[in-house]
Design a protein around this ligand. Structure first.
Ligand code: SF4
Length: 227
């Protein structure tokens, strides 16, 4: 595989960005999260549970869980011990169960059982960090946001969407928000995640079947550090 070292202070070409996202849009006009949810509460819960876990493992646990508890009151009835057992296949399940129960108490006490749809309030909830808040606000169509996970980070660098100096998720997010045209922002998060999950995978990217292979500079392929 041909490798290219990252160059310094590389600026993304707006024309390249346009072509890339047109391609993603043609391929998947309405990309969706692969986490199963039915409302804002199950969304924020599923996203919080998905930290350092796969969507598949989260869906497996939340299927039976959300069938009996798709709102804060019912989740409190489930209780921490039973919740822990129900999500025990997910990494960090003990802390996550504690946080979900604590979040439910706050939602009931302070927000009438509803999930507040603004970043500041979301960030005040136990277990909800910047990435979870971004995913929720973006998914609910409240505020375009790009939560940068390992897939988004890797694909953004390989495609040259961000400068080589963007070496943290926050820096990558800030650059992506600047360079991606507004009308694609909400869907860009999904496109980049799905592309990284299924095509531009970490160790052996599937360039031969990639829909943007003729546009991609393949920056850092083979030695991009994972976050
Ligand atoms: S061409 Fe290869 S490196 Fe570039 S986005 Fe596609 S899979 Fe990733």
């Amino acid at each position: 595989m041909k490798t290219t070292k990252p160059t310094k202070h590389r600026k993304p070409d707006p024309e390249l960005i346009r072509q890339l996202f047109e391609r993603f849009e043609q391929d998947k006009p309405e990309p969706k999260t692969e986490l199963n949810y039915s409302n804002a509460f199950t969304l924020v819960t599923a996203v919080a549970l998905s930290a350092q876990a796969t969507d598949v493992s989260v869906n497996k646990a939340t299927g039976p869980l959300f069938a009996i508890a798709d709102n804060p009151a019912d989740m409190l009835s489930v209780g921490e011990d039973r919740l822990m057992k129900m999500i025990s296949s997910i990494g960090l399940y003990r802390n996550k169960a504690k946080n979900v129960i604590a979040m439910c108490r706050i939602l009931i006490d302070q927000y009438g059982g509803q999930v507040p749809m603004n970043r500041e309030a979301l960030l005040s909830l136990p277990g909800v960090g910047n990435k979870t808040a971004s995913v929720v606000l973006n998914e609910m169509d409240i505020e375009p946001a790009i939560a940068v996970d390992t897939h988004v980070y890797r694909v953004s660098h390989r495609l040259g969407l961000v400068d080589a100096s963007a070496n943290t998720p926050d820096k990558v997010e800030a650059e992506l928000m600047q360079v991606i045209p507004k009308h694609w922002l909400t869907r860009a998060h999904h496109w980049l995640i799905l592309h990284g999950r299924y095509v531009c995978v970490a160790r052996k990217p599937k360039c031969n079947i990639c829909i943007v292979r003729d546009l991609c500079p393949k920056i850092g392929v083979d030695f991009m550090p994972l976050v």
